[in-house]
Design a protein around this ligand. Structure first.
Ligand code: PGA
Length: 263
């Protein structure tokens, strides 16, 4: 894992956006894995800015979102389809037919989960997966105890996640109890991952994910098995990491390599 600690969420989001932009410029038909929630908002704002002022072209990009609440129609203000439309899709030139968010009203979720997996595979697999993390260490809606080999399926939300997401719904009672989510195994098959976490509420989950043992109790920790993960943090979310000075040294070494100071 490459751990990058930026002074603020703004700078961390810009760093993530530059990685996304670099891929899209190099591979216009890139397959992006997208996330919802508060964390990636600034990243999406930066991508919109890059589209509008630097001509970043999404016209041939395909996207797959991680998850969706069960029971919410795409028009529901808290559905993840609606979130993506409002916070990214309608502001850039992505072809909406190439955007995929799991269907929260599929009914036959077993069949639907396999279909979603097949769509990802047919598209050529995810080139770059954006991830946030829950306070309980979940990635997508893979709550503690999820199999580290899991695929797209139904998942019951943990009480902590229901409490955290109540801020979007008004009350805890209104938060759906079920979600359809890519599995940990699905995420591990993406070619590259960017894990974003900002704020002190995420410090514990990040320490467990980056430096703790790999365990299904913190599904983010499975990323330790992934071949190419960039973890982008702010000072607060990085505050419980033990090996902070080493991560800074790695960044300094990268900087020197890029600037040609090291041959
Ligand atoms: P957040 O959610 O970005 O709204 O903090 C992250 C998550 O639950 O995965």
């Amino acid at each position: 894992m490459r751990v990058i600690i930026e002074p603020s969420a703004e700078l961390g989001s810009q760093r993530a956006a530059s990685i996304v932009a670099q891929l899209v410029r190099k591979k216009p038909r890139a397959i992006l894995g997208l996330a919802t929630g508060g964390t990636p908002l600034k990243l999406y704002q930066e991508l919109i800015r890059m589209h509008q002022s630097e001509g970043l072209d999404f016209s041939r990009v395909t996207s797959f979102n991680l998850d969706e609440y069960v029971g919410l129609p795409p028009t529901h203000p808290q559905s993840y389809r609606h979130f993506m439309t409002e916070n990214l899709f309608r502001h850039v030139n992505i072809d909406i037919r190439n955007t995929h968010v799991p269907d929260g009203r599929a009914l036959d979720y077993e069949t639907y989960g396999s279909q979603y997996e097949a769509m990802i595979e047919e598209a050529g697999g995810i080139d770059l997966q954006i991830l946030g993390i829950g306070r309980d260490g979940h990635i997508a809606f893979n709550e503690p105890g999820s199999s580290l080999g899991s695929r797209t399926r139904l998942k019951t939300l943990a009480p902590e996640t229901i409490r955290d997401n109540a801020r979007f719904f008004g009350t805890e009672e209104d938060v759906p109890r079920l979600a359809i989510t890519m599995g940990v195994g699905t995420i591990l098959e993406s070619k590259k991952c960017i894990l974003l976490a900002f704020g002190k509420d995420k410090a514990e989950a990040i320490a467990a994910t980056v430096e703790g043992p790999v365990t299904a109790q913190v599904t983010g920790s499975a990323l330790q098995f992934h071949r190419d993960v960039v973890v982008i943090l702010d000072e607060e979310s990085a505050s419980q990491l033990q090996r902070r000075s080493y991560y800074d040294e790695v960044e300094e070494a990268h900087r020197r390599l890029q600037s040609g100071e090291v041959k």
